[in-house]
Ligand binder design. Structure first.
Ligand code: XMP
Ligand code: MG
Length: 188
């Protein structure tokens, strides 16, 4: 791929280079292909951060799979620790009896996925698993089982490969950490 240079000066560090991400995505795709052999899994991308990962992952899965999307958001800052999330866009598909694989960019506290897991299990899928590119284990508030995992990362705000800061950097092929001056010292 062509080198991306215009966003590079904003990074303090490239944490995971594009080539490592692509190798990991191939590995995860092979695992999914093996585990779902003979099935037609439904890959559920979580908007918007999971989109880049999903689009690469689905092409690494050598099975007739389908895709769908959900958009969710935390219910206001004050209640984020309750893990209650709002569904902004629900699935188009009925997942009853389907093999569903949630595809997410990063698991942080785990609250979002834990809520989503419960909400989707109530619809009686044949199976429900999680595939996440990144996890920040030190931030976890609730236990969450991620069957297909890319990389563990330290507790730093990362951008690229779908992950954004104020809407930008999603198209960066690497995953990196922004310089503090770009970040403006803004913590979540
Ligand atoms: P929880 O805490 O519920 O939330 O696991 C996961 C969501 O938080 C966002 N998140 C990040 N987004 N860089 C980002 O761009 C990060 O370092 C980061 N950490 C968490 C992300 O939207 C994820 O879906
Ligand atoms: Mg997200």
């Amino acid at each position: 791929m062509r080198e991306m240079t215009s966003m590079e000066p904003d990074l303090r560090e490239v944490m995971i280079p594009s080539a490592d991400i692509q190798a990991k995505v191939r590995e995860l795709g092979e695992a999914v292909t093996r585990d779902y052999a003979g099935e037609r899994p439904l890959l559920v991308g979580i908007l918007r951060g999971g989109v880049v990962f999903l689009s690469d992952l689905m092409r690494a899965v050598d099975l007739p799979c389908e895709i769908d999307f959900m958009d969710i958001s935390s219910y206001g800052a004050g209640t984020s620790s309750s893990g209650v999330v709002r569904i902004l866009k629900d699935l188009e598909e009925d997942i009853t009896g389907r093999h569903v694989l949630i595809v997410e960019d990063i698991v942080d506290t785990g609250l979002t996925l834990s809520y989503l897991n419960r909400a989707l299990l109530a619809r009686k899928p044949a199976s429900l698993e999680i595939c996440a590119l990144l996890t920040k284990p030190s931030r976890r508030k609730v236990p969450i089982e991620v069957k297909y995992l890319g990389f563990e990362v330290p507790d730093e705000f990362v951008v690229g490969y779908g992950l954004d800061y104020a809407g930008a950097y999603r198209n960066l092929p690497d995953i990196g950490v922004l310089k503090p001056e770009v970040f403006g010292g803004a913590e979540e």
